[in-house]
Each structure stands twice: as structure tokens, then as C-alpha cells.
Design a protein around this ligand. Structure first.
Ligand SMILES: Nc1ncnc2c1ncn2[C@@H]1O[C@H](COP(=O)(O)OP(=O)(O)OP(=O)(O)O)[C@@H](O)[C@H]1O
Length: 257
């Protein structure tokens, strides 16, 4: 079943004027991008810094509206929903960021922080908190500790626990392992794949690192300057890239693939 369907997504930003004459310059951060994600499938989005990956994620999370195109979640246009309907849908799609420090309140015990999405739904469910800790390979007693007591990899596990606590259907991971050492990256990627198997999650996995993306994705979207250069089965693109830019990413990834 198609979980998320992006059709012709376009996002433009007005830039500061450089002269008093004429219109303000406009940057097209995402230009006419389309993709699908089905349940249990990972779409990898790869591209250099500034290629529009995070802008795509923000639109998929309904944090930012597209200037053109649509994002359908289970057939519903999320940008056409009223705030009440969007709030009702929110638990179904959750996001993990590069830096869990920015989303974990340093003054709060992590058990409190991971329950935040439940509180936003008007729920308190201590057994869900314990379950989420166990699902990410931590101990429920870890909920009584503060973020600084954990390593970077453990903090990313906590961020994942918080993302899955609402039992979402779709997870959006934006550079979720980029700040971690290679061995820890592998552990977090394995965790995401295990969670996908058990929970049937669809995952939108964004990274500038093709080696990382290739290790986890089923389908691949290669972006450059806001454009989708290639989109399709990851194995097809990796074995037979049609674009010179993709070939340069493959060369850069080298032995890591
Ligand atoms: N709010 C904004 N206002 C103006 N320009 C923006 C805004 N957000 C993003 N941009 C520009 O849009 C382009 C795409 O940015 P985006 O963050 O989506 O790229 P990215 O591929 O995620 O790169 P990075 O990994 O460095 O964040 C960049 O040129 C960026 O400077």
C-alpha cells in the first residue's frame, strides 16, 4: 500500500534583494519532485549539501507547504488538511534529526522527553515508554537518566524511541546517522531495519552519503540543485547510473559500497 506519495513537489524561497531595482531573487530549493513510499519500504534520498533534501523532508512532514505539487499520506493531501485533521494524522509520521541534542531537553530525564509525542496526543502511557526503550535496545530504567549521560549512538536510539512511541507508519530520518562514528552508524542502521521489519514502517531516509543510503534503501532518489536526477530501484541506479552526478557519488563512495 502506498503510504506517502509526492507529486510534482516544488518549493521556492525568496532571497534578500541585492539591488533596489527589480523583483527579489527566488531560489527553487525543490523542483517538480515526485516519489512514492510504500509500507515496509525505504526510500533513500541522496545529494550534496543544498540539493533540497531537508526541504523535501519539511514538506513531507507538513512543516512547510509546497508552492506547487502535493504530498498525499494514505491518499490524503496533508497540506490541504485543517489543523485538527493534521494533528490527528501527526502520530502516523514522525521524524528523526541529525542531532538528538536539539530535540532532547537537557534538563529533563529522557523518559519524560520520549513520552512527549504521547502527551501531545493527550495520552500518558508508561508501559509504551518502557516498550519503546526496549524496542531500541535500551533499558526502561534508562528513562531516569539525563541526555548527557548517554553516548551519541544511545542518544540517537532515544530519539528513535521517541519517534516510534506513537506507533507511526512512516519515519523520516534526515541525516540521522551523519554525526556518528562508522561502527555506531551501522548499529543505528541495523536498528532502523529491524524496526522496519517488526513494525512495517515506511522510511524516508535522507543522507549526503551514498554509501550509507545504499546500505538501507530499496528505492533511491538522487537530487542535485533541487532536481530529481534519478529515481527508481536502488539496485538499478547503483548498478547502472544514468547521470554523471550519480557516477561521481558512486566513485566517491568507492569501497564503502
Ligand atoms: N528558509 C529558507 N530560506 C531561503 N533559502 C533556503 C531556506 N531553506 C533552505 N534554503 C535553501 O534551499 C536550498 C536547499 O536547502 P536544503 O536544506 O533543503 O538542502 P539539503 O540538501 O538538505 O542540504 P543540507 O544537508 O546542507 O541541509 C539551499 O540552497 C538552501 O540554502
Amino acid at each position: 500500500m502506498t503510504l506517502l506519495q509526492a507529486q510534482g513537489l516544488t518549493r521556492r524561497y525568496k532571497l534578500p534583494r541585492t539591488t533596489v531595482f527589480g523583483a527579489a531573487p527566488v531560489l527553487t530549493a525543490v523542483a517538480d519532485v515526485s516519489f512514492d513510499i510504500t509500507a515496509g519500504q525505504t526510500l533513500g534520498v541522496v545529494g550534496e549539501s543544498g540539493s533540497g533534501k531537508s526541504t523535501l523532508a519539511k514538506m513531507a512532514m507538513a512543516f512547510e507547504a509546497p508552492d506547487a505539487g502535493q504530498i498525499l499520506f494514505e491518499g490524503q493531501d496533508i497540506h490541504a488538511l485543517g489543523s485538527t485533521d493534521l494533528r490527528r494524522l501527526r502520530p502516523d509520521f514522525q521524524m528523526i534529526f541529525q542531532d538528538p541534542f536539539s530535540s532532547l531537553d537537557p534538563r529533563r530525564k529522557v523518559g519524560w522527553s520520549i513520552a512527549e509525542p504521547l502527551r501531545a496526543m493527550g495520552q500518558t502511557a508508561p508501559d509504551r515508554v518502557a516498550e519503546a526503550f526496549e524496542q531500541v535496545g535500551l533499558h526502561p530504567a534508562d528513562g531516569d537518566k539525563y541526555p548527557h549521560e548517554f553516548s551519541g549512538g544511545q542518544r540517537q536510539r532515544i530519539a528513535i524511541a521517541r519517534a516510534i512511541i506513537t506507533r507511526p507508519k512512516l519515519l523520516i530520518a534526515d541525516e540521522a546517522v551523519s554525526a556518528l562514528d562508522v561502527s555506531v552508524q551501522a548499529q543505528i542502521l541495523n536498528l532502523l531495519m529491524d524496526l522496519q521489519d517488526t513494525l512495517g514502517l515506511g522510511i524516508l531516509f535522507i543522507s549526503h552519503d551514498l554509501a550509507v543510503v545504499a546500505s538501507i534503501c530499496d528505492t533511491l532518489l538522487v537530487m542535485q540543485h533541487g532536481q530529481a536526477l534519478e529515481y527508481g530501484a536502488a539496485s538499478d541506479i547503483l548498478n547502472n547510473p544514468t547521470h554523471a552526478y550519480t557516477r561521481s557519488l558512486l566513485t566517491a563512495a568507492g569501497d564503502m559500497l
